[in-house]
Design a protein around this ligand. Sequence first.
Ligand code: HEM
Length: 218
Amino acid sequence: MDHDTIRNSGSTRSVTQPGATGLLGRLRTATRPAHQALEQHPILRPLPGPALTDTDYLRVLTAFADFYRILEPSLLDELTKLVDKQDTAYRYQPRWPLLRDDLRDLHTVTSGNPPEIPNLPSICDTSTLLGVMYVLEGATQGGRIIAPNLANTLGLNATCGARYFHLYRQGMWQHFKVLLAGYDRRVNNTAATHSAIQVFDALYLHLDHYPPPNRSRP
Ligand code: HEM
């Protein structure tokens, strides 16, 4: 079988993904550099590693909570309309409430006013929406590596402190891929890949607002 390889430069992790064609394949190829850059952002870099601290993790949760709190309101209506028109088992689970509850488990509340996030794509059509959703739903897959590390390093799990990183267990990524395949020849692939890259880039810049961990790279 054809396999792509995601390599996490600077670590020993190497993950294989089955090769994909069509819109999924184009989204995957177009966003690979942005994904690799994001994984290496100073805020996210400690997440899969054994030296992860409470402070590192709280920083990630806070930054993600702020991000989803801003992004999701404009997304949810459009997504509901899209899903309602389809015969699909796919359902989007809002991330912000999970992140808020994870923070609450760790005795923290989100800040009053999250920083603004310029450069988010405006969700004006199905192509743009699918590009955004590819990023948000695909992001659950990182949990396959991150959730076990949260258990090992910080003792967190799907009911305490690490709800968000256990989303991969719901299997929605598989349903989303089926939904995406149904749109393969019906949407503007360029618009979809463009909006996916915009989300990666917007999140990267958003993370720059949070103080990086105060230690040198291993
Ligand atoms: C340290 C942080 C991260 C790690 C370690 C990580 C790791 C991974 C892993 C292991 C996969 C699965 C590859 C496979 O299926 O074999 C994946 C997929 C993916 N991740 Fe991440 N990830 C991280 C952060 C993010 C973030 C913040 C986003 C976006 C918000 C993101 C978006 C995606 C997407 C869209 C995919 C699906 C790729 C595809 O199968 O087409 N990731 N990631």
